[in-house]
Design a protein around this ligand. Structure first.
Ligand SMILES: Cc1cc2nc3c(=O)[nH]c(=O)nc-3n(C[C@H](O)[C@H](O)[C@H](O)COP(=O)(O)OP(=O)(O)OC[C@H]3O[C@@H](n4cnc5c(N)ncnc54)[C@H](O)[C@@H]3O)c2cc1C
Length: 608
């Protein structure tokens, strides 16, 4: 925080006092201390030139957050796309951030006293004088205590603080994971413990595991393999097997709230003024906001105004009071609700998580609240005005189709418009005034994701259990744990091609809804499949064999083929194959083998 303030205090003559002079970190290994930074703070660091000084391949955007309770099925998900932002947060390693902050200090002409220890602080009407233990003295109009929870400056300025102990410790470590994290930040709230796995570059994740003190001591004593197994179990295997890449470190967790952020010629910033539980990843975010607020109060002061004048410093304190209180209260109540080991609070947290994920209105409110609190950005407020304008401009051009929704697209300045055309739900993009339309897919090149396709999958999702599985031909291989349903015509070339990929997947159950729409004249072949003694075998011989083998059975038994045509039409299935994953997401067209496997192995929580 100190280096950040020195960078932000442009136009002032600044001295930085630090215990150690920062030596650039080795970049081969990942730092186990990482931060989830809000988009607002990323913008602040960009304005300071700090963000650009970090290696871009080590900055990881969080595209969604998935939160689990301790009962199976209790979960909640926030999605950057649904919120209309490119990323919910960015994961940054502490060592790289500090290097980038320190590298630019010379250019800001900050005088650095390091290594140094403070011995005394004296404040007079005119100046504050800081004496170092080697006898050197620094005199200034203002002293900022950005010196952490045990702040020397806070103590010398006699600013009282309320302190508490969470009776927990946080264990941090980095792992390589067997399954891709897909830029998801995961969190599990489990009987007093909170486990977070945050995405790092490639197949790596960074863990922050807050545990009751005794449990924390036990887990931090575990050796590599045993720790991996423990984290694997606590994360319910969501990211597959884990291998330790950065050894664990443990931090005791305390809460602190300074009663004042300012005193004559003194201001506090960062943990010197407030320390919160890391479960919401807010500590440094609050501190960076302090730095931003203090530097702008100083920059915008009247020309002759003394930068250490208490009246000026109170502007800073007033601007920070509400955001700090909001975060402190929110984090504390999250800790109380989610930290509860049993009883009503524990039941409520699971019910709460389930409910919020099912009720889009509550979920949206929560998300906006979370986005505002967590990320300090006022999002989507101008959206309402744009939405009306876009609807007015576009709807008359859609030949009677109704616009079902308008929201910011994942690319700044673009808006997503949803409407139902002849071929089902469509998504196009427009500018803020609705004067131009782009009809095509948005591809995120950094992460190789087709964002439009992913969006359509979610919008078209159904409840898998609501599909008429009893009308499907069930093809099972191995233990059948990967589940897929598909509408397929045995004579559609894309379906036949897709059957080749399917044949290479083990442990799968495929529910085939026979949908003879390409060659309706051959619908009897599908009927005969149903009438065969072994339907799965008959289907594969007809639809997957190099040459279709028409079943020997007659097509005369009672069969669901006509009913399935109706079901498919109701569901808007207008191409084959149409696939439904276990989480209800729908895909039109076949898939390559690797994509198929990846989707089949993703968790069964539909992201809507
Ligand atoms: C496990 C864990 C995970 C976290 N994850 C997140 C996260 O994801 N997102 C987030 O926003 N926050 C997170 N936090 C919180 C975040 O780490 C802190 O809020 C942040 O580091 C505070 O920065 P600071 O500079 O104010 O204090 P500190 O990091 O404590 O730094 C204070 C500095 O001042 C120096 N110092 C102290 N006394 C003196 C003195 N007398 N003279 C000179 N120098 C002095 C110290 O040497 C130190 O370098 C996490 C915290 C923990 C424990």
């Amino acid at each position: 925080m100190g280096a950040c303030l020195a960078r932000a205090a442009r136009g002032l003559s600044v001295a930085l006092v630090a215990h150690e002079r920062r030596q650039p970190a080795l970049r081969e290994s990942f730092d186990a201390r990482v931060y989830a930074l809000s988009p607002g703070n990323v913008g602040f660091l960009q304005a300071l030139g700090v963000w650009q000084a970090m290696p871009p391949d080590r900055l990881v955007p969080v595209h969604s957050m998935r939160i689990y309770g301790d009962e199976p099925g209790a979960s909640l998900e926030f999605d950057a796309y649904a919120a209309g932002v490119p990323a919910l947060a960015w994961i940054v390693e502490d060592a790289l951030l500090q290097d980038a902050l320190w590298e630019g200090l010379d250019a800001e002409a900050a005088e650095v006293f390091a290594p140094a220890r403070c011995a005394a602080l004296e404040v007079s009407a005119e100046r504050a004088a800081l004496r170092l233990d080697d006898g050197r003295e620094i005199s200034a109009k203002l002293v900022v205590g950005a010196d952490g929870a045990q702040s020397f400056v806070r103590a010398q300025a006699r600013i009282p603080a309320d302190e508490g102990d969470y009776a927990q410790s946080a264990l941090v470590a980095n792992f390589r994971c067997a399954k891709p994290h897909r830029n998801v930040a995961y969190q599990w709230f489990q009987r007093g413990a909170v486990l977070a796995l945050l995405p790092l570059p490639g197949a790596h994740v960074s863990m922050v595991w807050s545990l009751p003190a005794a449990e924390g001591a036990r887990v931090s004593g575990l050796q590599g393999q045993a720790l991996c197994a423990e984290v694997f179990n606590a994360s319910r295997g969501e990211l597959g097997e884990l291998a330790l890449v950065t050894p664990p470190r443990s931090y005791p967790l305390r809460r602190l709230s300074a009663r004042r952020l300012v005193a004559p010629r003194v201001a506090l910033a960062g943990d010197a003024g407030h320390v919160v539980h890391p479960l919401a990843g807010q500590g440094l975010n609050l501190g960076l906001q302090d730095a931003r607020a203090l530097s702008s109060v100083l920059a915008e002061r009247e020309p002759q105004r003394d930068p250490g004048a208490l009246r000026l410093l109170r502007r800073y304190e007033r601007s920070r009071a509400e955001p700090i209180l909001a975060v402190d209260t929110m984090v504390d109540s999250l800790f109380r609700t989610f930290g509860a080991q049993e009883g009503l609070a524990a039941r409520l947290r699971n019910a709460g998580l389930n409910l919020t994920d099912r009720l889009p209105v509550i979920k949206n409110m929560l998300m906006r609240y979370a986005m505002m609190c967590f990320f300090g950005a006022l999002l989507a407020l101008p959206a309402l005005a744009n939405e009306a304008q876009i609807r007015k401009a576009l709807e008359p051009k859609l030949r009677g189709a109704k616009i079902e929704g308008v929201q910011p697209a994942p690319v700044a300045g673009l808006w997503e418009v949803r409407f139902r055309g002849e071929r089902g739900l469509r998504v196009v993009y427009t500018d803020a005034t609705g004067s131009h339309v782009i009809d095509g897919n948005i591809i995120d090149l950094r992460n190789n994701r087709d964002l439009t396709e992913e969006r359509l999958r979610k919008l078209n999702a159904v409840k898998f259990e609501s599909l008429p599985l009893d009308l499907a031909v069930k093809v099972q291989r191995g233990n059948g744990k990967r589940v897929l349903a598909m509408f397929s015509d045995p004579y559609c070339p894309a379906c036949r091609q897709f059957e080749k990929a399917l044949a290479q997947v083990d442990d799968i159950t495929v529910y085939v809804f026979m949908y003879p729409v390409i060659r309706p004249e051959n619908a009897d072949h599908s009927r005969a499949v149903w009438c065969s003694p072994d339907r799965a075998k008959a289907w594969l011989e007809l639809a997957a064999a190099a040459r279709p083998k028409v079943p020997e059975a007659a097509a005369s038994c009672s069969n669901p083929v006509d009913k399935l045509i109706e079901v498919g039409q109701k569901l808007g299935v207008n191409s084959t194959p149409t696939l439904f994953l276990a989480n209800g997401e729908r895909l039109s067209g076949g898939l390559a083998l690797n994509d198929l496997k990846e989707l089949l192995d993703q968790p069964a929580t539909a992201r809507r």
